[in-house]
Every structure is written in C-alpha cells, then in structure tokens.
Write a protein that binds this ligand. Structure first.
Ligand code: SF4
Ligand code: SF4
Length: 344
C-alpha cells in the first residue's frame, strides 16, 4: 500500500472530525505487516496525532524489534491471529506435548516487556473447540488478559476451502463457550475483580455487558444495522472505499461506495449501501425475540448475506446466541441464589 494513500486517507478523516470525536485506524490484510515500510513512513509523516488510535491485525510472524518500535512509538493496539499457529500447534502436539504455541507466546512476551496493548484472536471451529478452555488457562499462566474467540463465518476463502464443515454444532458450541464463560467469571471473582474486569474474552464480555448492563453501543458489530458505512469505512490499496472489509471484491463485486481521493467524507458516510438495510424488524424470528436488544441479530449481517444472498437472513448462530444468553441469565440467578426472576 502506498504510504501517500495512508497519509491522505488519515488526514481526510482527521479533518472531518468534530472537536469531541476521535478516529481509530485499523491496518488489516492479508498480512498487514507486509506493508510495514509504508505504514511506518506514513505514520512518521503524520507525526503525533492525539485524536487517533492505531490498531493492527497480524498473524505475528513478521514481528521484530523494528515493528515493536513502531507499535511503541504510536501506541498501537495489536491483535494476533492464533489460527495460523494452531495448525502447527496441532501438528506438533502429538509429537511433543510441551510445545504449546510457543511462537505466538514469545511475541506476547515482547509486548509485555514493553507494556504495550495487545490481544489474541482465534476463530472457533471444530479443530480448536476442545482447546478453548486449556487455551484460556494458558493465557492466564502467561499473563495474557485480552482475547477473542470469534465464531467462524464460512464465507470467502473459508467457503471455497470447505470450511463450512468446520462450523461447530450448536450444542457443543454452547456447552464449551458457557464453560469458558464460567471459567472466566470464576477466575476474575477469585482474584477479587468484577466478573470480566481483569481477564476477558471479547465476545462473551460484550454479550454480558449488553445483557446485564444494557450497554448496547459498545461494539459496532453487535448492532443492526452495524457500524459499516456509518461510523467505519474501509479504504482499499487503490483508494476505493467500502463500508467494511467484509464487502471487498474478493467476496463480491459491487459494494464500492466511492473513492477516498475524489469523494468527500460526508458523501461516503451518507452513501446508501446494502449493509445499512439489515433491520431486525424485517427478520420475524428476531423481531419477536426477547433477546433482540442484547443479541442484535446474532452477528454480522453481511456475513449472513454472503451465505444466503439476503441482508435480513437469520443468523446461522441464532440458536447459539439464544442458548448462551439464557445460560448467562441462569448462571446469574444461581450466583445470586435467586430461583424466580421478576421484571427482568
Ligand atoms: S459488516 Fe460485519 S464485520 Fe463489518 S462492521 Fe458490520 S458487523 Fe462488523
Ligand atoms: S437470538 Fe436469534 S432470534 Fe434472537 S435476536 Fe439473536 S439471532 Fe435473532
């Protein structure tokens, strides 16, 4: 990616900000660190930008002292994908059980030594389902406090590679994720913290806050319509603008809403787009669901559009969300030794 495009895009967004608003810039790929030189030069040109939060998603394999210096200098939050490492982990495990994702944990140590912000992302599928609880224990042991177990969307490359076979059946998914939920809850309480204060898995944490504290605006992907094209835009390497990275041409053509060089920010943010038409009132199952505020339709509308060519398609994880939210309520009642819930 051209460094001038990065500089131009960020300056254009910053110029559009009001006094109260801030900007989050996320670098993602492919592998974002393949563009390390362009990103570093661009950020150096932009200099200190107090209203910008930088983030990057990477598989971590290209991290070295230079990239660490850039993360530190620009206070960048970095998320590592664990999945590419899981493959080698699974290959290695049968031969040598004490090798557990050493590579990525070495990178985590580099972040811990510099006290930098980072987290781990893993996509939940049949291959790693049985590892989720032990991975959580390993995270604790290694001082890793923020991680995300994202549900697998069998779209794009995942679809062509037949990964829809790896979607975890609802009962197994609910049982395991609820076990993870209880593990996290218990760990935090035993350490003297509020339930998800010290260590948390992002998606369960967001659901928990939405369900019990009605914090409904905390994560743009858990809204319908979501934040795509409303408070987030994706700029591709050629300057074309899309509402979200999940609407880029490799998945489907036709979602471009403009060009960062030629269109104004207000035009881009006001441009109509399919993703803005996801509406729970148009999904009969969700419209009458008692969890619709907390669940907001069970994940990414565009992911389900790619599967069913209907922006108001029911989530493939609807049953999972219904069951896990019910389990969270039941768990809370047991914790409070309450048998009957009134006026919830
Ligand atoms: S399209 Fe999907 S991934 Fe993109 S912002 Fe919306 S919910 Fe999130
Ligand atoms: S649990 Fe299912 S029906 Fe209820 S809001 Fe979520 S996706 Fe819709």
């Amino acid at each position: 990616m051209n460094e001038d495009l990065i500089v131009y895009s960020i300056r254009k967004c910053v110029d559009y900000l009001t006094d109260e608003s801030e900007l989050t810039v996320l670098f993602q790929g492919g592998e974002a660190l393949l563009e390390y030189d362009s990103i570093r030069k661009a950020l150096d040109k932009l200099g200190h930008q107090p209203k910008i939060h930088y983030q990057m998603q990477t598989n971590g394999t290209l991290i070295n002292e230079d990239t660490m210096n850039m993360f530190e200098k620009y206070n960048m939050h970095v998320s590592f994908s664990l999945d590419s490492h899981m493959e080698s982990h699974n290959n290695l495990r049968s031969k040598k059980s004490d090798i557990f994702l050493q590579k990525i944990f070495n990178v985590c140590e580099m972040f811990q030594e510099r006290n930098l912000d980072y987290g781990i992302i893993s996509v939940v599928c049949k291959n790693n389902m049985d590892d989720l609880r032990s991975m959580f224990q390993e995270f604790i042991k290694r001082g890793i406090h923020t991680f995300a177990y994202n549900l697998l969307w069998p779209i794009g490359r995942a679809k062509s590679e037949g990964l829809n076979e790896l979607v975890v059946p609802t009962t197994q998914l609910v049982d395991t994720m609820f076990d993870v939920y209880k593990d996290i809850y218990k760990f935090n309480i035993e350490q003297g913290y509020a339930p998800f204060k010290k260590i948390h898995e992002r998606n369960l944490f967001m659901l928990w806050r939405r369900l019990f504290y009605r914090q409904l605006t905390n994560y743009m992907c858990m809204n319908a319509p979501c934040g795509a094209g409303i408070n987030t835009l994706t700029v591709d390497t050629d300057g074309q603008v899309f509402p979200c990275a999940l609407m880029l041409p490799p998945l489907e053509d036709g979602f471009q809403i403009g060009n960062i060089y030629t269109d104004s920010m207000s035009y881009l943010l006001q441009k109509d787009s399919l993703v803005k038409h996801r509406n729970l009132a148009q999904i009969p199952q969700c419209a009458s669901c008692s969890y619709k505020a907390a669940c907001a339709g069970g994940g990414c509308g565009i992911a389900y559009y790619h599967l069913k060519k209907d922006i108001n398609a029911v989530s493939i994880y609807c049953d999972y969300y219904y069951e896990i939210l019910s389990a969270m309520i039941e768990h809370a009642m047991l914790q409070m030794e309450v048998r009957i819930l009134k006026n919830f």
